[in-house]
Design a binder for this molecule. Structure first.
Ligand code: 13P
Length: 264
């Protein structure tokens, strides 16, 4: 039932702390030219980029002026609305720049900035308040994998992140095993599918069949042009959150055009 609904695949590029605003403009412009040459149909695959905060205004201006078929969002959001929070960026500011998405709970935030499940949940609510679709990142470390198996930690993180949210919201879930991020060692498509299916079961349980059926679940962790097709064949994997390969125009464009490799 949950897999009979068509979900528009989402290929999202998380630039992390790379590309300044001038490099961002050049990159997005070239990406758009490539998509136009390939007669990219935004209804068949949605493309989104996640530049650093300081690039967002430039990216917004370029995309809106040229009506480019590229969505964009931020890599984080504050759980607070406004006030004395030096260095933080509120959901209101991101919504004011036309961001459609915001990445929340990336493993680099969880580990390097000690972000807790409670903070992730508060950020999800802050994003939804401003109609930003949160891309909720979950994933197990190599140690978690050994101790608890593959799905337990991602499932627990997702449950914590969506606790108390309404059943009509627009969210995206990204399964990113920490051991696969930047390691060159991606999960197998079967592993990604197994966890994605467990995550979808959590969505059914907490938000109901309809929301679960329309919610996209992405895989992230060493995604490249050479392995994307395998993930996209899986019924519960609806796209990818790409790190390193999203900074290479040829590679990222090729990931976006994965359908051409598999003749879908
Ligand atoms: P890599 O694609 O570089 O492994 O990074 C994945 C990631 O962290 C995307 O958010």
């Amino acid at each position: 039932m949950t897999n009979s609904v068509r979900r528009t695949p989402l290929i999202a590029g998380n630039w992390k702390m790379n590309l300044d605003h001038l490099q961002a403009i050049a990159f997005v412009q070239k990406l758009a030219w490539g998509l136009a040459d390939a007669k990219h149909d935004a209804s068949s695959v949605e493309v989104a980029v996640f530049p650093p905060f300081t690039d967002l205004r430039s990216v917004q201006t370029l995309i809106s002026a040229d009506k480019l078929p590229i969505a964009f969002g931020a890599q984080d959001v504050s759980e607070h609305e406004s006030g004395a929070y030096t260095g933080e960026i509120s959901g209101a500011f991101l919504a004011g720049l036309d961001c459609r998405y915001v990445i929340i709970g990336h493993s680099e935030r969880r580990t390097l900035h000690a972000e807790s499940d409670e903070q992730v949940a508060a950020k999800v609510k802050a994003a939804l308040k401003h109609n930003l679709a949160p891309i909720i990142c979950v994933g197990e470390t190599a140690e978690d994998l050994e101790k608890h198996g593959q799905s337990a930690v991602p499932v627990a993180q997702l449950k914590a992140a969506i606790e108390g949210i309404s059943s009509t919201v627009d969210i995206v879930v990204a399964y990113e095993p920490v051991w696969a991020i930047g390691s060159g060692q991606a999960a197998t498509p079967e592993q990604a599918e197994q966890v994605a299916a467990a995550l979808r079961a959590v969505l059914v349980e907490t938000l109901g069949e309809d929301v679960a059926a329309k919610t996209r679940i992405l895989y992230g962790g060493s995604v490249k042009a050479s392995n994307i097709a395998g993930f996209m064949r899986e019924p519960n994997v609806d796209g990818a959150l790409v790190g390193g390969a999203s900074l290479d125009l040829t590679e990222f464009s090729s990931i976006v055009r994965y359908q051409k490799h598999v003749g879908l």
